[in-house]
Design a binder for this molecule. Structure first.
Ligand code: F6R
Length: 240
């Protein structure tokens, strides 16, 4: 495990954008797993800047997002599809057919999950970007998730619903279920980049990286990955 420490959120965003850039430059047809949420937003902004300067080319990159809310369609402003367009894809030269995000309004959600998993397996993820939830979740794999699970429909933990309510006008509008890549799906990525920022992530980051490997802290399984880079700011690293 490599830990790259940054002085603040801005530097964490820049360092992580550097790591993603290196991946895209070394392998222009990389298959990259992406996360939403607050943590990677600065990284996306930085990548867009470097793309606009002509330093990066995403034309052969393929992406798979970690998750999507069940019940929200592409056009819904709160969907992760919309988040990704707004914060990243609309500003770079990625081909829309190379973007993969499960549909939260598919008629058959279980089929959508198994098809998504099949597609991920057929490509193979080279590089997976992750954030970490307050309760140690990665993707929407909440505490006590079996480490062997694939992409599937999951129920969000109370803490996750509360944390994500900041993106919704009315906390009651936060969906209660999502489609999420499984722990096994994530662990099969060749490389993993875990991002963390802020004091509120310090305790869970310590448990994830140095605590017991236990489904109570889903991210603790990452200790077993052979190629993981953590980019975190001083606040997130303050308990380590
Ligand atoms: C998002 C995702 C989640 C977030 C996590 C942290 O696609 O899968 O695991 O990475 O909830 O969210 P933020 O970055 O908002 O603290």
């Amino acid at each position: 495990m490599r830990i790259i420490s940054a002085k603040d959120y801005q530097q964490m965003s820049r360092h992580s954008a550097n790591v993603v850039s290196a991946q895209v430059i070394l392998k222009p047809d990389s298959v990259i797993g992406l996360a939403t949420g607050s943590t990677p937003m600065g990284m996306y902004t930085q990548l867009i800047k470097w793309y606009q300067k002509g330093d990066l080319d995403f034309s052969n990159v393929v992406t798979f997002n970690l998750d999507e809310y069940v019940g929200l369609g592409k056009e819904d402003e709160h969907s992760y599809y919309n988040f990704m367009l707004k914060n990243f894809f609309d500003h770079i030269n990625i081909k829309k057919e190379n973007v993969h995000i499960p549909s939260g309004i598919a008629d058959d959600i279980d089929l959508e999950c198994s098809e998504y998993e099949r597609k991920i397996k057929s490509y193979g993820i080279d590089f997976q970007v992750l954030g970490i939830g307050h309760n140690g979740h990665i993707g929407f794999n909440e505490p006590y998730t079996h480490f062997g699970r694939d992409t599937r429909k999951v129920e969000l933990a109370e803490l996750t619903i509360l944390a994500n309510s900041r993106f919704f006008e009315n906390p009651n509008d936060v969906p209660t279920h999502a489609i999420s890549m499984g722990m096994r799906t994530i662990m099969q990525a060749k490389k993993i980049l875990l991002l963390a920022s802020g004091k509120h992530k310090a305790s869970v980051l310590k448990q994830a990286l140095y605590g017991k490997i236990d489904p109570i802290v889903p991210a603790s399984i990452l200790q077993l990955h052979t190629d993981i880079t953590v980019v975190a700011d001083m606040d997130a690293l303050s308990e380590i």
